[in-house]
Design a protein around this ligand. Structure first.
Ligand code: B12
Length: 262
């Protein structure tokens, strides 16, 4: 195969998780061949063609387009209105969160392909972040009881996955504690060991591509979580270990909802 790509390389180009690329391959969306060792290999030209088609399909998706228009326009009341309308249309925040995941992927693709400027991408993502905070802060919450700690993976500044997770947690009546980006592991461990935390949610975006770093981070956190009897959730498109014995690797907010309902 001329100029062939591994699953991880396709994931990086597309800005999605490796599991998503494997699913596309197994569903016949992306043509591939297997190496003698059984690994998938993708022809670069086919990958670029399929991504272009997906990109224009998103362009044609009226829901994604209307989200992008609204976020780029940036008027606060219209963004709040669009969020609440989506909540009414989809019936739950976790479905809204999964829809917004697709919107953000499209925002990233449009930025990466030059259709949007850096300034537009920054303004649109910040506009969404602020609107999610306004809605989340308005939800009634218990003042006491265990909390869910929300943190980004090391070196990853993408906090929107956490904001979306926070909305789902709050909808499920679970109080949250924001750790956010650049929280040192020592500090996270000390919060977990301090008690009062029953769930730790870590988000790693597509920019988190170092599986060794992520595994080491997840391992350290998993030990502290087990001691504190807190669950550990690894979310986002980053290169998390798929098979961690002590952590749940989740790729959608629907899956987070199902875990919370157990
Ligand atoms: C907004 C954005 C930014 C904003 C972030 C603002 C903020 N407050 O978060 C800013 C401007 C800061 C930014 C910076 C950068 N970004 Co950026 N960014 C994005 C964008 C458009 C959205 C990110 C996001 O929030 N995605 C939403 C999350 C929720 O998506 P996800 O990780 O795919 O997760 C999916 C699920 O797993 C699930 N999920 C996510 N988290 C969780 C958590 C739980 C618990 C669960 C259950 C599920 C879940 O939801 C999603 C599906 O619905 C993406 C595009 C994209 N494809 O994501 C690029 C993107 C991630 N960024 C990219 C890049 C390159 C950068 C920069 C390096 C740019 C630069 N040169 O400075 C820096 C890196 C900074 C850093 N060290 O992290 C690339 C990464 C490419 C790669 N593979 O390496 C992307 C993919 C854009 C692209 N298509 O090229 N970025």
């Amino acid at each position: 195969m001329t100029s062939s790509l591994t699953t991880a390389q396709v994931a990086r180009i597309a800005g999605v998780a490796s599991t998503t690329v494997k699913r596309w391959a197994d569903e016949g969306v992306l043509p591939f061949e297997r190496t003698a060792g059984g690994h998938r290999r993708f022809a670069r030209t086919a990958v670029e063609r399929v991504l272009r088609e997906m990109h224009s399909a998103n362009d044609d998706d009226p829901i994604i387009s209307s989200w992008l228009q609204c976020l780029l326009d940036g008027r606060r009341h219209l963004v709040d209105g669009q969020l609440l309308t989506a909540r009414a249309r989809l019936g739950t925040w976790y479905r809204v969160a999964d829809e917004l995941g697709r919107v953000l992927t499209e925002l990233g693709t449009q930025w990466a392909t030059g259709a949007l400027s850096i300034a537009q991408e920054h303004a649109a993502s910040e506009c969404l972040s602020r609107a999610l905070n306004r809605i989340g802060d308005g939800m009634p919450l218990a003042d006491e009881g265990p909390r869910s700690l929300l943190v980004c993976a090391p070196g990853d500044d993408h906090t929107l996955g956490l904001s979306l997770a926070e909305l789902c947690l709050r909808e499920a009546g679970r109080p949250t504690q924001w750790g956010g980006r650049k929280m040192p592991l020592d500090e996270i461990l000390s919060v977990v060991r301090g008690g009062d935390i029953d769930l730790v949610v870590v988000s790693a975006s597509a920019v988190s591509r170092d599986p060794e770093l992520l595994r080491e981070f997840a391992d350290g956190l998993a030990v502290a979580c087990a001691e504190a009897q807190a669950e550990l959730v690894l979310g986002g498109a980053g290169a998390w270990p798929e098979d961690h014995a002590r952590a749940a690797r989740l790729s959608s907010f629907e899956a987070l909802h199902q875990l919370l309902m157990k």
